[in-house]
Design a protein around this ligand. Structure first.
Ligand SMILES: *Cc1c(COP(=O)(O)O)cnc(C)c1O
Length: 212
């Protein structure tokens, strides 16, 4: 645990050095104890990629620390929207009309308003979630028109490529729509992402160690 504290402090320093971005500690597969250690260091911003896992780990922690903000950074199935609303403050992975419509409906039903980001599949990878780059402009317009609180964009560049062109593409799309938030960059490339305009970086491994 002590080692984790050092790692978190080190990443915070590196993020600060690279510019001006928020650090989302990605706690997927991590125990409540590991999360508690990060919280004891004053950390309040976290990301999880699965609704069920988040519901199993976070309700008590969030009740104890109301200032915690939890981002959903993994794909969301429409039949999990209701559960996602129970625990997440931000949904980063809006990527198709059926999901946008479902989120809008749940907002009207629940009275909750989680901030939404749109995930763009910048590498057009068939196995990856996200709206395709060529469809991004019309999809962003659609989401804004129906009334979703779209605050920004998110991407996960292809693992085997230079991430920089992908980060730049995401920044360009965001600029066209006057969207201010850019969630991009992970352990291996968050500093590059910040130089490309990331406002939020999502770091797991470099804080908590390798996932086993
Ligand atoms: C797991 C995950 C991360 C963190 O990745 P690391 O390489 O462990 O820093 C970031 N973003 C998403 C969407 C993830 O699923």
């Amino acid at each position: 645990m002590e080692q984790m504290v050092d790692k978190l402090m080190n990443i915070r320093a590196r993020v600060k050095n690279a510019g001006n971005a928020e650090l989302i500690a990605v706690s997927k597969f991590r125990s409540k104890d590991e999360i508690a250690t990060a919280i004891s260091c004053g950390h309040r911003l976290f990301g999880e990629n699965k609704v069920q896992e988040a519901l199993a780990k976070w309700p008590e922690i969030k009740a104890a620390y109301p200032d915690i903000i939890l981002h959903l950074i993994g794909p969301l199935q429409t039949n999990k929207i209701k559960d996602a609303f129970k625990i997440f403050d931000v949904i980063e992975t809006v990527d198709r009309k059926s999901l946008a419509d479902g989120i809008l409906k749940e907002m009207q039903k629940s009275g909750k308003q989680p901030d939404c980001y749109i995930q763009v599949n910048t590498g057009a990878e068939p196995q990856k979630a996200g709206i395709l780059p060529e469809d991004a402009d019309s999809f962003i317009k659609y989401c804004i028109e129906i009334g979703l609180p779209i605050k920004g964009l998110m991407c996960i560049p292809p693992a085997d490529q230079d991430p920089k062109p992908h980060f730049k593409m995401l920044k360009n799309i965001a600029d066209r729509h006057n969207l201010k938030i850019l969630s991009m960059g992970m352990s291996s490339d968050f500093e590059v992402a910040i130089t490309c305009g990331a406002t939020h970086v999502r770091v797991g491994t470099d804080i908590f160690g390798a996932r086993v």
